[in-house]
Design a binder for this molecule. Structure first.
Ligand code: SAM
Length: 202
């Protein structure tokens, strides 16, 4: 990774994603977590304050050392054990059916082979486990979707591999029975702000 992707992108992502509006959506997503949780793309730990008391342990998957170090303070504010065991959601050295929940927020846009990561998420989830997601993705309007596709190459370059036009519910539906609880733009309507919040069941 270059200096930009390595040092700057994790800080920019953290700053962009720590607002109140997104925080409220994180709260709604995280409320569905229980037991042992695997968090894909832990980043700066912006979900930590939203983990409900039913969560007993979090295993973080995070390739970026900078992201992990940004999360230090936030991890310090909870008693919950949060361990960084993995660097890549595409390959998890975990037994099958080991987790009650897998959480992914603003990460499916960036993982290079997102299908592989979703297959891994399914594999490590218990049969009654849940895949909880809050992600930005493809907007329903053909005009905005066309902009997202046009801007994808630029966004991938400046955003550390982030894609604007991934069809999140369709991708999740390849592995899970998907329920979308909310979709729509944030107050600031842009190619980056069409969000999907939902749950996948095995
Ligand atoms: C936009 S940030 C979101 C961070 C955090 N999930 C949040 O909601 O604030 C995307 C995250 O995905 C992580 N990521 C990139 N490739 C990954 C991979 N192959 N496996 C797991 N995480 C990955 C990045 O390092 C980064 O922390």
């Amino acid at each position: 990774m270059g200096l930009w992707a390595d040092q700057v992108v994790p800080r920019l992502a953290d700053a962009a994603l720590k607002g109140k509006e997104v925080g409220e959506l994180r709260g709604l997503a995280c409320a569905q977590l229980t037991g042992r949780v695997l968090e894909l793309g832990f980043g700066g730990g912006l979900n930590v304050r939203w983990y409900p008391p039913e969560v007993t342990e979090v295993v973080a998957v995070e390739p970026s050392d900078v992201g992990w170090s940004i999360s230090t303070k936030r991890r310090g504010r909870t008693e919950l054990p949060i361990l960084r065991h993995h660097l890549d959601g595409q390959r998890l050295a975990e037994p099958d059916r080991a987790y009650d929940a897998v959480l992914s927020t603003f990460t499916l846009c960036t993982i290079p082979d997102v299908r592989l990561a979703l297959q891994e998420a399914r594999r490590v989830l218990k049969d009654d486990g849940v895949f909880v997601f809050l992600e930005h993705g493809l907007a329903p309007s053909p005009r905005m979707a066309a902009w997202q596709r046009r801007l994808d190459p630029i966004q991938r370059t400046v955003g550390g591999g982030c894609n604007l036009s991934r069809d999140i519910p369709a991708l999740v539906a390849e592995e899970f029975e998907v329920r979308v609880d909310h979709e729509g733009y944030l107050a600031n309507k842009s190619p980056l702000t069409y969000l999907y919040r939902g749950v996948g069941a095995k």
